[in-house]
Design a protein around this ligand. Structure first.
Ligand code: FAD
Length: 437
């Protein structure tokens, strides 16, 4: 019997993934207009193999799920938390138990997830359910922007021009005041199920994370508001100075969808920032879209160079070099400061990410994939699209990459962007009494 037949309740499953927010969430809005909603989160990391979540993102996920369940509970619906090896099986089970006619989700663009979601969609439709998916995490989706020849863009500037020519800021969907659901609100059960996912680290390196970050939608909105409240901010310049808080630190919130890029865009538009500064910031949000377009259109790039000519590059694999880099013991102050900031806070300033990754790849001749793996495990904002683009850019093997002969000079970069050594002194205390020079 088709599940849409009139004698079934109008009930839907809203499959939350990296869209853990109540504001500006198109799938949530559509599910609520459909009828009763079962809010579901599935932890099935095996489906994303080899991109199992890293230690830092697992820590974040634990916190954000806890927060999100609290927010949903206030609206009358708990978050159904399930884990397993097959998301399809889990959705199917709940659909049958609750007579569900429709499944909703916001789309993701990592290659493994795209392939999985396609299969799930087809199976559910074959079984008589309807499925509707939405764009909840990008300004424009990867198939929307095409070059004159009809292919995907490989160069940022024309890509961003075409995005700017096309986009119109959509109206935000509003935060619901309640959710009609008959799923029991058992917070203890939720917390037990969450504990059982073993996301929380066993070692205590995360203690620094707790004071630095506030995972969840509230933390995301606060981060945006605190960033835009400083109207004399000169983002275009300050964003390159690692010793000051010149950037928004929204990256992990954007990764988990605790805030949408359009919310950020609107927040910037409405702010009193100078027009040039607004644009400088919005360009970065377009870089994020560009990274997602690249990974979607070139799905092998998380492992393989986009530019074939680098396929057989003669890397000089050396575990001692790699370890020294990971521990922040290379002897290059700005690089060591960045690597230690990463370990202690789960984040590294963008300028320093470029310098540190360049040292690993271009001075130490270690494969960029090794560096990407370390970032994947240690960044709270580890994101397959952004991380892949960042590393391929630095290695010179990606789209619109720095050419192979452009090598960041780690000493000169320190002199230019940390001339008084404030950043280095903060993270490399053994150098704190050295003269600036
Ligand atoms: P802001 O300057 O406040 O920028 C606002 C937002 O724009 C960011 O939150 C981010 O979503 C987006 N953005 C900014 N710069 C970039 C960029 N270069 N590429 C794509 N999006 C960007 N970013 C990640 O989110 N996850 C990663 O795993 C990641 N890995 C990286 C690896 C390397 C080697 C390099 C060079 C960069 C990487 N980046 C990654 C991009 C960038 O460093 C971070 O997005 C940025 O530092 C996040 O800090 P913020 O939120 O304060 O940035």
């Amino acid at each position: 019997m088709p599940r849409d037949s009139p004698n079934l309740t109008k009930a839907g499953i809203l499959w939350f993934r990296r869209d853990l927010r109540l504001n500006d969430n198109p799938a949530l809005s559509a599910a609520l207009s459909h009828g009763r909603v079962y809010c579901l989160y599935i932890h099935a990391p095996e489906e994303e193999k080899p991109w199992l979540p890293g230690g830092a993102t697992k820590w974040w996920l634990h916190q954000t799920l806890l927060e999100f369940n609290k927010s949903l509970t206030e609206l009358g619906s708990g978050l159904i938390l399930r884990s397993g090896t097959s998301s399809l099986e889990i959705i199917r089970e709940i659909a049958i138990e609750k007579n569900v006619s429709k499944v909703f989700w916001n789309r993701l663009y990592d290659p493994k997830i795209v392939a999985r979601d396609k299969k799930i969609k087809k199976s559910l439709i074959d079984e008589g359910l309807s499925v509707e998916s939405f764009n909840g995490s990008l300004l424009t989706e990867p198939w929307e922007m095409k070059t004159g020849a009809g292919g995907p863009y490989k160069v940022y500037t024309p890509y961003s021009k075409s995005v700017l020519a096309k986009i119109e800021c959509p109206k935000a969907t509003v935060k619901p005041s309640s959710i009609d659901s008959d799923w029991p609100l058992e917070t203890d059960d939720f917390e037990k199920s969450l504990e059982a996912l073993n996301l929380y680290p066993k070692i205590d390196w995360h203690l620094g994370l707790e004071k630095d970050w506030h995972p969840g939608e509230k933390g995301a909105l606060e981060a945006l508001s605190s960033f835009v409240s400083n109207s004399s901010r000169v983002y275009s310049k300050e964003r390159d100075i690692p010793s000051v808080l010149g950037t928004s630190k929204l990256s992990p919130h954007l990764h988990f969808g605790e805030i949408s890029p359009w919310q950020v865009w609107r927040g910037i538009e409405k702010s009193k920032l100078d027009a040039g500064e607004k644009f400088a910031y919005q360009r970065q949000i377009i870089w994020r879209d560009f990274a997602h377009s690249l990974i979607f259109n070139f799905p092998k790039t998380p492992k393989h160079p986009l530019r074939e000519e680098y396929k057989n590059f003669p890397w000089r694999k050396n575990s001692r070099y790699l370890r020294a880099w990971q521990k922040g013991e290379t002897g290059y102050p700005i690089v060591d400061a960045g690597m230690r900031e990463l370990w202690r806070t789960g984040w590294m300033h963008n300028r320093v990410r470029m310098v540190a990754s360049s040292l690993l790849v271009k001075h130490l001749l270690q494969p960029w994939q090794e560096g990407a793996k370390w970032f994947w495990d240690t960044l709270v904002d580890a994101d397959l699209a952004n991380n892949t683009m960042g590393w391929q850019w630095v290695a010179g093997s990606g789209a619109d990459a720095a050419p192979y002969f452009r090598v960041f000079n780690p000493v000169r970069q320190g002199e230019r962007f940390d001339s008084k050594g404030e950043y280095v002194r903060r993270w490399v205390p053994e150098l704190k009494d050295m003269p600036d020079k």
